[in-house]
Design a protein around this ligand. Structure first.
Ligand code: CA2
Length: 146
């Protein structure tokens, strides 16, 4: 069975509690349920995690090698700052779909820069929680071609 790691970065544990005008009312638990249901419908195994720590996210990417077939990554604000996350993705040579709830290109200039995009298969942003199943499908379509 295809195995997907869905990895969420800093502050995403706060979803649904603040800034609903930007991120909506959906919680990270709601998103996890959506991803698990979508995985079941596609016959894919889903591992879902969140961390506020850059090091834990890097370790999760390293540990994904040989365990998962690909990663959906919402790296949160580390997207715009972390060369270390970019290097971790390059090192494991697993396909990664970068995902954002908001349209980062319609927001502040500093959010227009993504270190993840340089090493990602592709990027999905601006579709809210619905972006997660879209990212999973993009990853599964890529893996089916391998
Ligand atoms: O749009 C996205 O998914 C982001 O990755 C969310 C990050 C932001 O830094 C990125 O630029 C785009 C923020 C994570 C969630 O932050 C919250 C802060 C307060 C309340 C709820 C969520």
């Amino acid at each position: 069975m295809t195995s997907i790691l869905i990895l969420n970065g800093p502050n995403l544990n706060l979803l649904g509690t603040r800034q609903p005008e930007v991120y909506g009312h959906v919680t990270l638990s709601d998103i996890e349920a959506l991803c698990r249901a979508h995985g079941t419908s596609r016959g894919a195994d889903v591992t879902f995690m969140q961390s506020n720590s850059e090091g834990i996210l890097i370790d999760a990417i390293h540990d994904a090698k040989g365990v998962h077939d690909g990663i959906v990554l919402n790296a949160g604000a580390y997207t715009h700052t972390s060369i270390a996350l970019m290097d971790a993705i390059s090192s494991v040579e697993l396909p990664v779909v970068e995902l954002h709830l908001s349209n980062i290109h319609a927001r502040e200039d500093f959010r227009h820069v993504s270190y993840i995009a340089r090493v990602a298969l592709g990027v999905i942003c601006g579709f809210g929680a619905a972006g997660y199943p879209l990212a999973m499908d993009a990853l599964l379509a890529h893996l089916a071609q391998q």
